[in-house]
Each structure stands twice: as C-alpha cells, then as structure tokens.
Design a protein around this ligand. Structure first.
Ligand code: AMP
Length: 299
C-alpha cells in the first residue's frame, strides 16, 4: 500500500443559493478517495454508523479504494450541514454531529501501516495523531484541518503539525492559526511551526505552495457552472497526493505538477453535488484539463 487516508465518511446537508440536498455522501476522506484513486490505489481508514448506505462503500471499492480500514460502529454516521452564499467563497457551518466519530480511535490495518504517503484528512487532531502513530516511517505526511479544530484543539494540533511534512489550509484557517492577515506572512508563520511545505487554498482564486525549495502559485481552473463546492479542498488534496504517490517523488517539479493535478481534480468536484462529478471524472478528462490549465498559465 502506497497511499493511506484517515478522515471522515459523512452524510452532508448542503444548501446553495440554487438547491439544497440532505443525506448526501460526504466526508473529508470520501472526497479524497474518489479524487486520489484516479492516480493511485488508496487505503481508507474511517468509521461509519449503522445508518450509512453500504452501496456507497461498494462505489468506493469500484474505484479501487481499499476499504478494509472502514469500521462500522453502532450509532449514527458523522453528519455535517453547511450553507453557501452566492459568491461561493463564504460557507457557514450550520451543524456538526460527530455521531460514531465522537469516541472512535482509528486502527490502521496491518497491510496499510507501511504506507509511504499518508494524508491526515480533516478530523479531530487526536484521531489524526493516533493514526499517524501506527504508520511505520512514512516518506511524506500531509495534514488538513479546519477552524473547528484550530479553535477547540489548538495544542494537540500544534503538536501534530510538528510531525508532518506538509499542511493544507484555506486562507481563513491560515489566518486563524497564525494570527497573520497577510497570506505570505501566514505561510511563513505556518512553516515556522515545523512542516517543510504549506499549501494555502484561496477557493476560486487558486492556491499556492511554499517551502524552503519551492514557491509556486496557481489560479483555479476556470469553471462556469459551480454546483456545490463541498469537498473541493479534499479533492484538491486527493489529486495532489495521488499524483505524488504514483510518482513516488516529492521534488519541487513533482510538487508543482501535483498542484496542477489537485487544482484540476477540485474543478470536477465543484461541478456536481456531493461526489457526483468525481465519480464520473476519469484520468483522460483530468489530463485534458491539466493541459488546458498549463496553457492558460504559461506564456
Ligand atoms: P471541504 O469542502 O473540502 O472542506 O470538505 C467538506 C467535507 O468535510 C464535508 O463532506 C464534511 O462532511 C466534512 N467535514 C465537515 N466538517 C468536518 C469536521 N469538523 N471534521 C471532519 N470532516 C468534516
């Protein structure tokens, strides 16, 4: 197993200015898996309740995701509800119900503990570090988090940040974590916390990657029919990690290419509700958009 993800499998309630959906498949690890599996096989560690539609697990498996690390526990699946404003960049979390996630501690199956690339998708820092403890010497660990954990579990999160190679944050999270308004200063402040790389996502305005040996900025792939941005960040991470895991390389050029693959993968995610478009997209469509993005950004 090369690539491992630990995170949430969820049922989401999403309101956009145009449409609302309830009980839609979501979760940080779910989006990541559909995105990354286009590039490389992924092992998934997470927990579901007894109300989780098992057909969704079959869908993940059909995409080549190894779901042996998905535990089924008595109780309700993690649920999240959110609303988007018309600018798409403003999202309000309306409700988070941890359900079976509340008292869950991950067990990484023996076959997956030797994963070379590990993505700690958005989850409680205690869960993320318990999973990382079980991994044997991974080559590259990337961490995601969110405002909730920065707020209620800051010390645990800071301890975890010292142990990872890279961290992905959106602009709001970076400001909240570092207290810096300017994003370049915020990126530097994040690097001072320990990781070698930080990726700052700015929604429809793109993302940039900063590290000792690399500084790279990229606009988003232009999409004229945004339907639901939920999971865009996790899909970005899936494209990014899936690509470097398949390349088995983290040199600056590979990381820059991975930024393009992450960006393109996220662009498919936002064009459908939940994982609808991610389920449909394939490597051929990804490559076509990769080339388009390359031509848009080169001169
Ligand atoms: P993104 O839009 O990339 O931030 O990801 C949204 C997904 O993250 C949704 O499908 C949610 O179910 C999931 N999610 C929301 N809040 C949390 C949380 N506190 N911890 C883990 N996953 C979450």
């Amino acid at each position: 197993m090369s690539l491992l993800v630990i995170g949430t499998l969820a049922l989401d309630k999403v309101e956009t200015p145009y449409e609302a959906r309830d009980e839609a498949l979501g979760g940080s690890a779910t989006f990541f898996c559909f995105a990354a599996s286009n590039f490389h096989q992924v092992g998934l560690v997470g927990v579901i309740g007894d109300d989780f539609p098992m057909g969704e697990i079959a869908k993940l498996e059909a995409h080549g995701v190894d779901t042996r690390g998905v535990e089924k526990a008595a109780g309700k699946t993690f649920r999240w509800a959110g609303r988007y404003e018309a600018d798409w960049n403003t999202r309000t979390t309306l409700d988070t119900q941890l359900g079976v996630f509340e008292n869950w501690m991950p067990t990484v199956p023996d076959e997956m503990t030797n994963a070379r690339f590990v993505f700690l998708a958005n989850a409680a820092p205690a869960v993320q570090s318990a999973a990382l403890d079980q991994c044997e010497n991974p080559e590259f660990v990337m961490l995601d988090t969110m405002n909730l954990w920065i707020d209620i579990a800051r010390d645990e999160l800071l301890a975890l940040i010292r142990r990872v190679d890279g961290i992905v944050l959106n602009d709001e999270e970076a400001r909240m974590l570092t207290g810096q308004r300017n994003l370049i200063k915020a990126a530097r402040a994040v690097l001072a916390l320990g990781p070698k790389y930080v990726i700052l996502k700015k929604g429809e305005h793109g993302a940039f990657l900063v590290g000792k040996d690399v500084h790279f900025s990229l606009p988003a792939y232009p999409v004229d029919n945004v339907v639901d941005p939920t999971g865009a960040g996790d899909s970005f991470a899936g494209g990014f990690m899936g690509y470097i895991s398949a390349a088995r390389n983290t040199d600056p050029l590979t990381l820059k290419r991975a930024m393009l693959y992450g960006t393109v993968t996220a662009s498919f995610c936002v064009q459908g509700f939940s994982v609808e478009e991610l389920v449909r997209h394939d490597r051929g469509r990804v490559e076509a958009r990769f080339n388009e993005l390359l031509s848009i950004t080169s001169f």
